[in-house]
Write a protein that binds this ligand. Structure first.
Ligand SMILES: NC(=O)c1ccc[n+]([C@@H]2O[C@H](COP(=O)([O-])OP(=O)(O)OC[C@H]3O[C@@H](n4cnc5c(N)ncnc54)[C@H](O)[C@@H]3O)[C@@H](O)[C@H]2O)c1
Length: 432
């Protein structure tokens, strides 16, 4: 099928590449010319395992192309997938400006009947509104239908999550749209679940917010473990035997980040409030996570009244391993506090340091290895559990740091092991 995917970010590019892998004829469209030029040279603008390899294979095979020419691309597409960003506005609601801009461009340029699938995460009711908007602005006598097709991939495993999706949700009441979307996904070995557009939009928010609630719940319990002297590792182990609970997404840490959970919790809460409903579970989650992102600094206040002139090593910047994404990453909140207090910061991250340089004008030093960041440091904060960071031996903290004090936001080490290497070690929920 002739498919155009609009927006070549984490969702759009991965979707386009995976659809080409399943033998569709795909154009990945973006307004950012630099990105398009990079991709034409075989380079991915984002880091995702296996992405670049599949980009190269499918581009060479002629199944995948990249373009900024939306007029040409939209003209004769059978399916257009909208995957542009829906960032958070100041009031917590979702910014739909990019989705509407694309919708306008589609309406003005379509020359054949087309199914338009919205993959961007959008508030409940948006698909209905977009369909109405496009129909009202069509320049040519063509039929369109808008289908909700939310995305559930996780950054760091995006290619795998797309090719082996747990489920594909299609929100539409139209038989024609059901048939086209079934054809699009026929070679994906995933169950396809049909429902109304509004229910489909809600599946996305309810799923993300549930995961955010799960993370905040275990963080809350971990903090309580610190207060009462229990050990969160044992608690999770004990809980996980119960199949109703399971042990996925029950890992304490210094808060969730990324481009999805923070904005999708706020957006659903905003939507509920607009409808006169108080979504208390999500409200509590947002508040817990805000505090959790600076839990390490709060712990460190016992050792450091201020960070003025303190040499700080920061290991890990990305909001999770295997991505270079810094959006809403806990490292950022902490770097800002530390810099404001006058700390001397040296950071290490295997993939996200360029993004920090490009997007923030922080006065920090960059280390090529974790060990380089640790040299002569008074304190170390760990924000991401990259393999490269996990591989730092406990004894190296003692050998390299001026004062071996480590605050670990991802519970990488065993407290006993660190203690035996004479490292003062604090993690989450393990009673230190
Ligand atoms: N990142 C994730 O893990 C993830 C997972 C599931 C769902 N989502 C949702 O998917 C959507 C996209 O997220 P993302 O992280 O891929 O975003 P992103 O910011 O990485 O990428 C968006 C892309 O859209 C492009 N764009 C903007 N306006 C355009 C236009 N008029 N024409 C063509 N391209 C345009 C931008 O240049 C950018 O490259 C969001 O709604 C997000 O909530 C994201």
């Amino acid at each position: 099928m002739k498919v155009v995917v609009v927006g070549t970010g984490y969702v759009g590019l991965v979707t386009g590449v995976c659809l080409a892998e399943k033998n569709h004829n795909v154009i990945c469209l973006d307004i950012n010319e630099n990105k398009i030029n990079m991709m034409r040279e075989g380079k991915s603008p984002i880091y995702e395992p296996n992405l670049e390899e599949l980009m190269t294979e499918n581009y060479k095979a002629g199944k995948l192309d990249y373009s900024t020419n939306y007029k040409k691309a939209y003209k004769d597409a059978e399916v257009i997938i909208i995957a542009v960003g829906t960032p958070e506005k100041a009031d917590g609601s979702a910014n739909l400006e990019y989705v509407y801009e694309v919708s306008k461009q589609i309406a003005e340029n379509l020359e054949r009947d087309c199914i338009i699938a919205i993959k961007s995460t959008v508030p409940i009711g948006t698909n209905d509104n977009i369909e109405e908007y496009i129909k009202a602005n069509l320049r040519n006598p063509v039929n369109i239908e808008v289908v909700s097709n939310p995305e559930f991939l996780s950054q760091g495993t995006a290619v795998h999550d797309t090719l082996e999706a747990y489920r594909i949700i299609i929100g539409t009441n139209s038989n024609k749209a059901k048939n086209v979307m079934s054809e699009l996904y026929k070679d994906f070995n995933s169950p396809i679940v049909f429902m109304t557009r509004k229910s489909s939009e809600m599946v996305k928010y309810a799923s993300n917010d549930f995961l955010a609630i799960k993370i905040s719940y275990i963080n809350d319990i971990a903090n309580l473990c610190d207060v009462v002297g229990a050990n969160i590792d044992d608690v999770i182990k004990g809980m996980g035997y119960d199949k109703r609970i399971g042990n996925e997404y029950l890992k304490p840490g210094c808060g969730y980040g990324g481009s999805c959970f923070p904005k999708d919790t706020k957006s659903l809460h905003y939507l509920a409030t607009q409808g006169g409903y108080n979504l208390k579970s999500v409200e509590a989650t947002i508040a817990i996570n805000k505090k959790q992102k600076i839990v390490l600094i709060e712990k460190a206040r016992k050792e450091f009244k201020t960070f003025n002139n303190i040499n700080v090593a920061i290991l890990g910047l990305a909001f999770k391993p295997d991505t270079d994404d810094l959006r809403e990453a806990p490292s950022i909140d902490n770097i800002e506090i530390l810099l404001e207090e006058g700390a001397n910061i040296k950071v290490y991250d295997p993939k996200a340091m360029n993004k920090l340089k490009e997007n923030f004008s922080y006065k920090v030093e960059y280390a090529k290895m974790p060990q380089e960041a640790l040299k002569n440091a008074d304190v170390c904060f760990i924000f991401t559990e990259w393999e490269e960071i996990k591989n730092v031996k406990p004894s190296e903290y003692k050998e390299l740091m001026k004062r071996p004090i480590v605050y670990d936001g991802r519970n990488i080490y065993h407290p006993e092991e660190m203690k035996s290497c004479e490292v003062k070690y604090y993690s989450i929920g393990r009673g230190e």
